[in-house]
Each structure stands twice: as C-alpha cells, then as structure tokens.
Design a protein around this ligand. Sequence first.
Ligand SMILES: [Zn+2]
Length: 235
Amino acid sequence: MNKHLKQLIELSDLDKSIDEFIPEEERINGALNDLVAEREKASRQIDELENLIVDTSYKIDKQETALVEHRDKIARHESKSESLKTEREIKALGIEQDIAKEQINFINDEIERLQKSQEDSRAKIADLKSRIAAIENDIKQAKSESKEALASLADRKEVLLANRAKLVEDIPQKVFAFYEKIRRWAGNRAVAPVKKQACYSCFMKISDKVYGEVIASSEIVTCPNCGCILYVAQE
Ligand SMILES: [Zn+2]
C-alpha cells in the first residue's frame, strides 16, 4: 500500500478517536449544566413569588382602606338615624346600612383570600429554598466528579494528540493539506473504506477501473462520487 495512504488511514483513525471525546465531554458537562439551570429556575420562581407577595400586600392595604371607609359610613348612618322622622327615610337608611355591611363582608372575605395566597406563596418559597439547598449539594458533588472525569479524558486525549502531531510531522505537507481540505466537508469520513466495491462514505458503487486503482493503491485514489480518499478494507 502507498505509504502516504497508510499514514492518512492512521491519521483518520486518530481523528475519529479524538472526536469521540466531544460527546463524552458534553455528557460530563451536561449533568452539571442541568443542575445549574435547575437552580436558576428555582431562584427565578422565588423572585416571582416574592414580587407576588408585595403586590398582594398593596391589594390588602387597598381593601383595608375601603373597609375603614365603609365602617365610617355605617357609623355616620347610625348617628343620622336618630334624627330621621318618616318611615320611608328610616327604611331607605336601613337598606343603605345593609348594603354597606354586605360590602364589609365581601371585603373581609377578599382580605382573607389575599392573605391565604400570601401564605401559600411563602410556603412555596420555603420549599424552593430547601430544593435549592439540595441542588447546591448536587452541584458540589457533580463538580468534583466531573473535574476528575474531565481530567482523565484530557490525559487520554493528550496522548492521542501527541501521536497525531508526530504522525503529521512525517506526512508531506501537500498530502496533509489534501486530507485536511477533504475533512473540512467530509469530517471523519474523509478517508473511507471500500467494501463490496462501494465507497463507505457515500455508499455508491465504484467503477471497475477505480476499484482496480484502489486495490493497486500505488496512488491516493478519491471516490468519483463524493471525493473521499478510498482504501480497500480488510473484510
Ligand atoms: Zn464516495
């Protein structure tokens, strides 16, 4: 086999192995990122609930002011009732008093409902705070675990990168540049095996003539269909 082709096959295998670290790194970082996102979400929920409690306090203040007004009104009616003479006047005032009392009941119910919602919000905040404390613990643990895992990955990757650098030194610049150019669009399929007379990058059958050239492998042969570098795989 052509010496340079042999080097490119080796280089391509190394590049595949180096790229296999990417999903592994993502998986390790992903677990930690998920926890951080969960903590942020819980913090945001706490902020929202705290704002809601403040808004509700304003609403309660407003209702309490209205309550005072209605009570004053009732007191005024009561002092007025002594001076009333006709039955009609007395009846009209009675109706007004009933309405005011009803409104007071309604406002009291409303205040109770608002206070209840504040209590619910406070309970939710307490739950979220203990949830955050648990997540903080998980983050601490995940950080120390991922640190170890990433360090071990980095060590293994470094070995492969050193091997790659050494191999690249031996490959003529022109051959290496050719490989890199194909790799830019073909990725890790830049060097593809031929099996059953088909290119295993694009899976198209190659002609007898090209197949013969690949078998002879005295030159670097590319797939006429996809442009990848071809070699005969040991089947
Ligand atoms: Zn092809």
